[in-house]
Design a protein around this ligand. Structure first.
Ligand code: HPA
Length: 273
């Protein structure tokens, strides 16, 4: 199966047939971040299962629906619940949502995730604006036949996370009680959390946060020339930093704890971009 432009256009045409506006902003929200989706006005919710050629979310805490409407004065299409490599999708399939958004006409992507803090100066409940990422799995969502309608075979990713959007997000941080860092997101495939040795290695390499998502979406966006703004909610200190075993309960608990504050912060960012 070729997950190319024609394939993604089937999903995009279906979504377009349901909405009566031009989306400006695409959003993909990670675990426990659905409160923000609930603030979308005039919302039309489309379950992923209804969208032809789309993927299905298998994680309980990921809602699995596309929410279309207005947020902070912008027309948005928002995925509440995302797809991950650990669910069994290959990297190429993970390019589908961003490509569908591109065909729908969005001009930028906001990506959020829950992540473990590798940087010792970070605390659970802090936010990290993603300045860059590292992924050494050797895979790419752009592996395989290149569809020039999206972008060129070889493409630059040195400013994948838009410096302009990062600056705006950092400026908005002064209006919130959240502690907002900028740092490097390190991708690990999961679903197991990392070993303490892996976390020490990631820190040596320059990673500030670790997580199991986002990079395929950011790379797909870079390939089709969509600027990206990415946020990690640091839900826990990464493995081995404290004695406590890691669990998705903890991840969701901390995510939920700051969800309202985070939603307010993202709203102000969206107003400014
Ligand atoms: N590691 C990987 N993914 C995560 C973590 C973590 O510590 N916390 C939340 N998502």
């Amino acid at each position: 199966m070729e997950f190319n432009y024609d394939y993604c256009k089937v999903s995009a045409d279906y979504i377009r047939s349901k909405i009566n506006f031009e989306p400006e902003l695409g959003m993909i929200l990670g675990s426990g971040l659905s409160p923000l989706a609930a603030e979308i006005e005039d919302a039309l919710e489309i379950p992923y299962s209804e969208i032809p050629n789309f993927l299905l979310s298998t994680v309980a805490t990921h809602a699995g629906k596309l929410i279309c409407g207005r947020l902070a004065g912008k027309n948005v299409v928002c995925m509440s619940g995302r797809f991950h490599s650990y669910e069994g999708y290959d990297f190429r399939q993970l390019s589908i949502p961003v490509h569908v958004f591109k065909i729908l006409g969005v001009k930028a992507m906001i990506l959020t995730n829950a992540a473990g803090a590798v940087n010792m100066s970070y605390k659970p409940g802090d936010i990290m604006i993603i300045r860059d990422h590292m992924m050494f799995s050797g895979m790419s969502p752009m592996r395989g036949a290149n569809d020039e309608r999206f972008g060129p075979r070889f493409f630059d990713v040195s400013k994948m996370y838009s410096p302009q959007l990062i600056q705006t997000a950092q400026e908005c941080a002064s209006g919130t009680d959240l502690t907002v860092h900028q740092g490097v997101y390190f991708f690990m495939q999961g679903p197991q959390f990392e070993t303490p040795s892996e976390i020490r290695a990631i820190r040596l390499l320059g990673g500030d946060a670790v997580g199991m998502s986002t990079v395929t979406e950011a790379l797909t966006a870079a390939h089709c020339s969509l600027p990206v703004l990415g946020f990690s909610i640091l839900t826990n200190m990464a493995a081995g930093i404290t004695d406590k075993p890691l669990s998705d309960e903890e991840v969701n608990e901390v995510g939920n704890m700051i969800a309202d504050q985070f939603s307010d912060y993202i709203r102000t960012v969206i107003e400014k971009i």
